[in-house]
Ligand binder design. Structure first.
Ligand SMILES: *Cc1c(COP(=O)(O)O)cnc(C)c1O
Length: 361
């Protein structure tokens, strides 16, 4: 029996479809640093429209959009407030410190969610001993909290408080469209509370490259200067922007399929012995589960999955992550769902996987 592999390591592993490649091949291009790549212009306009912002700017990565947002809102010696598990703080090499001289004030949320009461009192008074508090960053969906959708009213409340107190707000919306699909709340409704919003085209939307930062003309003009400074000015970039544009035009609605497939995986984890979902509920396309150390390490569990052509990521000694996406259909999710309890049972019976695994990724 053939076992096509099911790659659940990340929603970044998608490959452009034939139709997307055709859009890329046929893209009209210009020189986007001089300022007139027509495909990039279209992408930026469409992104801004969907997010309800004046304008937007295409960049090579989500990390760059986030770090440039911090740079736009903060000066050296300023501080931003963020949730302790967020991407900006944990997975971007503290670029805000390395590149912008900015410090982060992390606050531990519950499942990635901050409450306003935790933030009141954190704004530092105007005093020459102190850094200046400038910005609040939120993340939706929250990656490390298994794609958790933020509670809308809490987001609105925190951002209103921030603005009332002279702070700016930035949304790391790498997976904002997953939050839209899961909540039924539009991207513009989510975005209206933030001065700047970043979205990724190369996660669930399935484009090969790129993210955008959206905001006011003024904020994005500043961002454009910093994009050049950070080395992100690109020339005939319509070539890759065409993939992002195709993704935006075709792949928003289908994110609900990824969420349905993630529920199939979640059920499989619930049905297996020795592993459990953590968190217990799956909101969108990310499934985290823990492995009983008596059964196996996360790395061994991942290696045993790999033998069955199911790829996942070990993100800690006992933590495994699986992410559904465009290149995993319901049949693929179903196959992974059969493999998960099978592997748990094999490990319980003492069958050990080979030492090699693909988790070092
Ligand atoms: C993936 C991701 C990013 C950006 O990642 P890049 O690899 O730099 O594109 C930012 N924030 C979150 C929450 C993410 O999941």
């Amino acid at each position: 029996m053939s076992n096509p592999f099911v790659d659940l390591r990340s929603d970044t592993v998608t490959k452009p479809s034939a139709e997307m490649r055709a859009a890329i091949a046929n893209a009209e291009v210009g020189d986007d640093v001089i300022g007139n790549d027509p495909t990039v212009d279209r992408l930026q306009r469409m992104t801004a429209e969907i997010l309800g912002k004046e304008t937007s700017l295409y960049m090579p990565s989500g990390s760059m959009t986030n770090q440039i947002a911090v740079r736009v809102h903060c000066k050296p010696g300023d501080e931003f407030i963020c949730e302790a598990g967020c991407h900006i703080y944990n997975y971007e090499q503290a670029a805000f410190a390395q590149l912008s001289g900015v410090v982060a004030r992390t606050v531990e949320g519950s499942g990635g969610v901050l409450q306003l009461d935790q933030l009141r009192g954190l704004i530092r008074p105007n005093n020459e001993h102190l850094v200046r508090t400038r910005l609040v960053c939120l993340e939706n969906t929250h990656n490390r909290s298994a794609g958790k959708v933020q509670p809308y009213d809490t987001v609105a409340e925190i951002c209103a408080w921030a603005h009332d107190n002279g702070l700016r707000t930035h949304l790391d919306g790498a997976r904002l469209f997953n939050a839209v699909a899961a909540s039924g709340i539009s991207a513009a409704d989510w975005s209206q509370h933030f001065d700047t919003v970043s979205v990724c085209f190369s996660k669930g939307l399935g484009a090969p490259v790129g993210s955008a930062l959206a905001g006011s003309h003024e904020a994005i003009a500043e961002a454009r200067r910093h994009r050049k400074l950070f080395g992100g000015g690109m020339r005939q970039v319509g070539i890759i922007a065409a993939g992002a544009l195709y993704a935006l035009e075709h792949n928003l609605e289908r994110l609900a399929d990824d969420h349905a497939n993630a529920q199939i995986l979640a059920e499989a984890v619930r049905s297996a012995e020795g592993i459990w979902l953590h968190p217990a509920e799956v909101d969108t396309n990310i499934v985290f589960f823990q492995v009983d150390p008596e059964l196996a390490s996360a790395a061994d569990f991942v290696a045993a999955l790999e033998v069955e052509n199911v790829y996942a990521l070990a993100l800690g000694p006992d933590v495994i992550r699986m992410v559904t996406h465009l290149d995993v259909d319901a049949a693929g999710a179903q196959r992974a769902a059969e493999v998960i309890p099978h592997v748990a049972a094999q490990l319980a019976a003492g069958v050990r996987p080979p030492a090699h695994n693909i988790a070092a990724y």
